[in-house]
Every structure is written in structure tokens, then in C-alpha cells.
Design a protein. Structure first.
Length: 118
């Protein structure tokens, strides 16, 4: 069911605790709705316009989990202008997401943009 690219990120996914609310240099955003079963909370530690670390929580299936883990690998160490240039097409291609899972890539982009423009 899942392709090799997606499986690679699913296997890398590891639960990390989110930072406590109010922690300095932590920016977060939420997209989707927990009660609908599709939700993503993305948290980034940003210092000197560089994303030092990414953590996330997901309510949803493997496609959304892999998308969030891909974001972790892609965004860590990047400056905010690189994050700002992120688009759903890049994510879809990187993970070979099927068309019906495009929303996972778009959710990630929406979450990142909320952080970049906060």
C-alpha cells in the first residue's frame, strides 16, 4: 500500500515530547481538526532565523505521519526563507503521494506558513 519513500519516513518517525507551552524560541501551529481524525500540530525551535529542531503531533494515518517526519528532515537546519519557499508539489514528489493524499502535503505547507508568518 505505501511506497518505499513513504515507508522510509514512517520507519524514521519517533515520538518526541512537545516543548512546554511558553518555551522561548518555540513556534507552533495547528491545522485540521482532531475530532475529524485529521490534525497536525507542528512545532519548530527557531534561533537566528534557523530552524534548529522540528517536533510534531499527528492524528491521522500513515501518510500524514510520514509527511510530518519528512518536514522534520527537510526543515531542520534550514533558514526561514527556505521554509517559506516550501510548496505542496515538492512534498508530493518527494513522498510520491497519491493524488487522494495531496491534502497531507497541503496541511503541512499550511502549518509551516503559519509558523513562518507568525
Amino acid at each position: 500500500m505505501y511506497n518505499e519513500q513513504l515507508l522510509a519516513y514512517l520507519h524514521k518517525a519517533a515520538a518526541k515530547p512537545l516543548w512546554p507551552e511558553g518555551t522561548a524560541q518555540i513556534f507552533s501551529s495547528e491545522v485540521g481538526a482532531k475530532d475529524s481524525g485529521i490534525w497536525l500540530k507542528l512545532c519548530c525551535q527557531i534561533e537566528d532565523n534557523i530552524i534548529r529542531e522540528v517536533r510534531y503531533r499527528v492524528v491521522g494515518g500513515g501518510y500524514l505521519i510520514a509527511t510530518a517526519e519528512w518536514a522534520n528532515a527537510f526543515l531542520t537546519g534550514k533558514n526561514l526563507s527556505a521554509a517559506e519557499a516550501l510548496d505542496a508539489k515538492l512534498i508530493v514528489e518527494a513522498l510520491a503521494l497519491p493524488p487522494q493524499r495531496f491534502y497531507c502535503a497541503q496541511m503541512l505547507v499550511d502549518a509551516v506558513m503559519k509558523i513562518v508568518y507568525s
